[in-house]
Ligand binder design. Structure first.
Ligand SMILES: *Cc1c(COP(=O)(O)O)cnc(C)c1O
Length: 344
């Protein structure tokens, strides 16, 4: 491990977050959304830890993502269902099943004799899913459905849409011979026991994101970017720094140039707002974040030298407010120039 950029991943925090969400899911099983490479953390390492903690149901977007996890021998559901070109893989990964989304996918799966599957029913998000009317008309008759699921559009708000979607899932359920019902993502879990059904599907909150106030203080940060100081330099009063000279030193000051930038997912939105952390000190970003480099103020940190490592302030709620991005975008954009390492 020798990249000048690394992502510290707190395994104890990940597992503790899982246990919090499993407890909040009550009698329902608690699964895990691990699409987009485990929300940027590294899907294989996340699944290994969550499986050891008791998680039995994992969700990815694509068959390519499922194939990465297949050697782990865990049950994986592919949220985007099956295209024709996925069928060869779909019939050869025994622990992986599709979440069928459309009448075309249902017909394809039936024709293949594909066996157990999940089904997404659209209850109002109008993104993916078969319609309630299609199910009522018998679309799923004779299909071996493990989990029939729907997805909440507004779980992070107190919206009547949540109530309507829940009622629609309950109303359609008797028409499907499914083993389990599933509705809640992270925010949906925080809506309470009425939304848990048989299986919950948290993603963001496992990784420390807080989509609703009920989860604040209950889930902990998992991922922290750490960058090496490439150079320490002095700015004289009146000197500017970075592209477009957006910051000018009001007096003499000292800066450290960190090996991280927007190509790593440390976005330009952190310009003038983000910070590095060192021994309880907050060291603000100065000037524009570049593609590969970020400058921070180390005037009050004379001990920091070239080659030292600094953590970036990456509390997801605060970092989202600073950068203008969602906590989801911040996580999944963490790039592949990081060495990912786990503690705990
Ligand atoms: C991504 C996803 C989840 C997880 O959502 P979070 O908001 O990250 O908890 C659950 N269900 C479906 C269908 C998803 O696409």
């Amino acid at each position: 491990m020798d990249a000048p950029l690394r992502l510290r991943l707190d395994g104890d925090a990940l597992v503790a977050n899982y246990h919090v969400l499993a407890r909040m899911s009550g009698a329902a099983a608690c699964g895990a959304a691990v699409k987009a490479n485990g929300y940027g953390l590294g899907a294989t390492a996340v699944v290994e830890r969550l499986a050891a903690a008791g998680c039995r149901d994992f969700f990815v977007a694509s068959w390519a993502e499922a194939a990465v996890l297949a050697p782990l021998g865990v049950a994986v559901s592919v949220l985007h269902g099956v295209r024709d070109t996925d069928m060869a893989l779909a019939l050869n990964l025994p622990m992986v099943r599709p979440v069928l989304n459309s009448a075309t996918q249902v017909a394809r799966w039936r024709a293949s004799g594909g066996g157990r599957c999940d089904v997404m029913v659209d209850t109002g998000m109008n993104r993916l899913g078969v319609s309630v009317a299609e199910v009522r008309a018998g679309l799923l008759d004779g299909v071996a459905v493990d989990t029939v699921m729907s997805h909440l559009a507004c779980a992070d708000e107190d919206s009547v849409v949540n109530v309507r979607q829940r009622a629609a899932l309950i109303a359609v359920a008797p028409r499907v011979a499914a083993t389990r019902l599933s509705l809640a993502n992270s925010a949906g879990i925080a809506l309470g026991a009425d939304y848990a059904f048989d299986l919950t599907r948290p993603g963001l909150a496992l990784y420390g994101g807080v989509p609703r106030g009920e989860l604040a203080g209950r889930v902990a940060q998992v991922a922290t970017p750490e960058a090496q100081i490439l150079q320490r330099r002095v700015l004289r009063a009146g000197d500017s720094i970075g592209y477009n000279a957006t910051f000018t030193a009001p007096g003499d000051m000292e800066v450290a140039i960190l090996n991280i930038g927007y190509a790593d997912g440390y976005w330009r939105g952190f310009t003038g707002r983000g910070a590095a952390l060192a021994g309880g000190r907050r060291l603000p970003v100065l000037g524009r974040v570049s593609m590969d480099l970020t400058a921070i103020d180390v005037t009050r940190a004379p001990d920091l030298a070239e080659g030292d490592w600094l953590a970036l302030d990456f509390d997801l709620t605060q970092a989202a407010a600073q950068s203008g991005l969602s906590p989801y975008e911040l996580l999944v954009a963490l790039g592949d120039r990081f060495d990912r390492y786990w503690v705990g």
